[in-house]
Structures are given as C-alpha cells and as structure tokens.
Write a protein that binds this ligand. Structure first.
Ligand SMILES: NC(=O)c1ccc[n+]([C@@H]2O[C@H](COP(=O)([O-])OP(=O)(O)OC[C@H]3O[C@@H](n4cnc5c(N)ncnc54)[C@H](OP(=O)(O)O)[C@@H]3O)[C@@H](O)[C@H]2O)c1
Length: 315
C-alpha cells in the first residue's frame, strides 16, 4: 500500500510511470480551474486528465505555468494527458501542437485518440459537426490505422512520451495491437461498479495496456442530470461497504478501481472532495468484498454521446 498522500504509480508499456489517481477536468468551469488545480497539487495530485474537446486547455495551462513559476511543483513530477478530438484525425501533429501550446508544455506524458471515430474536420475548433440529417458527420475516409501511425510519429518527434486510445472496445483494441508499431500504453474507458467491463479490462491488461477508468464514480449528480443515469454511489452494497470501511461511497468506489489495477481520474469542482477523492491509499477492500461489488454490475453506460450526436456510436 502506498504511503498516505502519495499516489502509487503504474508502469506503462512505454516504460514511463503513470500515477494511479488523476484529476479529470471535463466540465470544470474555467474561472474555477486555477484554484482547483493548485489545491489538487497541494494535496498531492500529480496527474491531470485533459482533452482538447473540454475547451479548457488554456486555463489548465495557465494554472500549470503559475504552479511551475511559484515552485509549487516541477514539470517532471507531473503526468499530463490530453486527447486528439474526432475532427482532427487527419491533422494529428497540428492538433497535438495546438494542445501543447494551450497547455504551455513542451511535451505531453500521454496523448490519447479520444474516440475511435473520425468526423468532419472543422478548422481551428474541436467540434462535432452534424450533417444535413442532424446526425454526426462521420468521415469514412480516414482509417484508425492511419490515425494511429500519426500518433506514433508524435513519439519520434519528442512531443509525446506515451500514446494511447480511448473508448475502444475489444475488437478495435485488438486491431490496434495488430497494426501498431508502438503499442497503445493506455485504453481510457468508462468503467465503474455499474459498468465493470470485466472482459475488456482483462483483455487490455493481458496485452500490457493500462486501463484508465473514466467516469470512475459512475453516475453522480452531474451525470444523473446530464445523462439520466443512476448513481452507483447510492447503491446499498456500496453504501454498506463504505460504512464498514469508515470511508465515503466515493472513496470506496475509487479504491475498488485501484484494486482492479485501473487508474482512476475522478473530477470534482469542490475543494473538499479533492481531498476526499485522494484519501484512498490507507485502506484495502477484502477479496470477499471485491466479489460482493462484482455482483452489482448493471452493464450501465453513463456517457451517451448519442445525446449530442444524434447517433448511438455503441449500437
Ligand atoms: N475519454 C472519455 O471519453 C471521457 C469521458 C468522460 C470522462 N472522461 C474523463 O474522466 C473524468 C471523470 O469523469 P466524469 O467527470 O464524467 O465522472 P466522475 O468523475 O465519475 O464523476 C464526476 C461527478 O461526480 C461528482 N463527485 C466528485 N467527487 C465526488 C464525491 N467525493 N462524492 C460525490 N460526488 C462526487 C462531481 O460533482 P462535483 O464537481 O460537484 O464534485 C461530478 O458531478 C473527466 O473529468 C474526464 O477527464 C473521459
């Protein structure tokens, strides 16, 4: 077990280390980012999960620049992830350089293909253009293999240390392994107690791909509002176990993620929850209780881009 206040790290296939707990910044309000990131760094977070599509890379970059300048943290002690948006599959180098510029960084620790789908390129923005039919304008001319080889170029250019994929199922992950010259170091997927994805997690881990759990709290208030999902934090089994271990439901669920050897990247806009979500290294869920959590899986996906795109990409 790691010492209190220090997140354990997983070694990626690239040889680099990735802290097992990160802070997700999706839906973080721009004016709040500076203070949230600085508080997180003071607490001990050393891993940030960003994306071009979150539209807040510039604010994250400004917060980081200030943190480096003031000596709060050194660049080499951080692990910064960002992601290639769907509309930029044909413009990988340009998109990566754009993210680096906004983040005010010289290199990324991890760059992910955000979704396994290319969409119509929209110059200078990350957008999800819809066609005349009101449905996501999917570009069928760029293969994921082409995108991946462009991602590999970023490593040889020194812009990125590790590359990975996100929202890839077993079929697409398998295919990526077959054509990759540099294997994906990470697959970032939605997984939480209501969507455990045992087969995908095991497949990735068997093939040396670290799994990062996005939406690791799996349907909390905001997700319930956005996606109409049911929160696993309200599940009686989770609540009962949280009481048993004298932890909160969120801490129990995040600890469960760590014990599956997945990396967790919870997002919060509340200072007190930053601390709460990081205090998960001082207890261990027993094997028996891990088995109990296995039984509450609902195969329940909370992130449904269908809401915005007029098409269910997982259908
Ligand atoms: N690759 C992808 O396609 C993808 C998709 C989705 C997310 N992600 C990444 O994963 C990160 C996390 O995902 P997410 O934000 O969707 O879901 P999440 O981290 O599972 O849940 C965030 C929600 O939980 C609440 N929350 C945080 N800590 C809590 C606590 N201790 N107790 C109760 N509620 C708590 C937050 O509200 P407050 O802010 O009010 O605390 C927010 O509404 C994102 O920020 C992003 O970086 C990636």
């Amino acid at each position: 077990m790691a010492a209190k206040g220090v997140a354990p790290a997983l070694t990626l296939s690239s040889g680099h280390q990735m802290p097992a707990v990160g802070l997700g910044v999706w839906r973080m309000e721009k004016p709040a980012i500076r203070n949230l990131i600085h508080s997180a760094l003071r607490i001990g977070y050393r891993h940030l999960d960003c994306a071009a599509d979150y539209q807040n890379e510039a604010e994250v970059g400004a917060a980081l620049a200030e943190a480096f300048e003031s000596g709060l943290v050194k660049r080499e002690d951080l692990f910064i992830t960002t992601k290639l948006w769907n509309s930029d599959h044909g413009h990988v180098v340009e998109a990566c350089k754009n993210s680096l510029k906004k983040l005010q960084l010289e290199y990324l620790d991890l760059y992910l293909v955000h979704f396994p789908v290319a969409t119509r390129h929209t110059v200078g923005t990350t957008s999800s253009a819809l066609g005349d039919d009101g449905v996501l304008d999917i570009d069928t001319t760029i293969s994921l293999e082409t995108t991946w080889h462009a991602m590999e170029d970023l490593v040889s250019m020194g812009l990125v240390r590790s590359i990975g994929i996100s929202n890839y199922d077993i079929f697409l992950t398998r295919d990526c392994l077959a054509y990759a010259k540099i294997k994906p170091a990470v697959n970032q997927i939605e997984t939480h107690p209501y969507f455990q994805r045992y087969s995908l997690v095991k497949f990735c881990q068997k093939h040396g791909i670290c799994v990062t759990a996005h939406t690791p709290l799996g349907g909390s208030t905001a997700n319930t509002e956005w996606f109409g999902s049911v929160s696993c934090l309200d599940d009686p089994v989770i609540k009962g176990l949280a009481e048993k271990y004298k932890k909160t439901p969120a801490q129990l669920v995040l600890r469960w993620g760590l014990q599956r050897n997945t990396v967790v990247i919870p997002k919060t806009s509340k200072e007190e929850r930053l601390q709460e979500n990081f205090e998960i290294f001082d207890f261990e869920i027993s094997g028996e209780d891990m088995d109990k959590i296995k039984t509450i899986d609902r195969n329940y996906r909370t992130n449904q881009p269908a809401k915005f795109w007029g098409i269910d990409l997982y259908a």
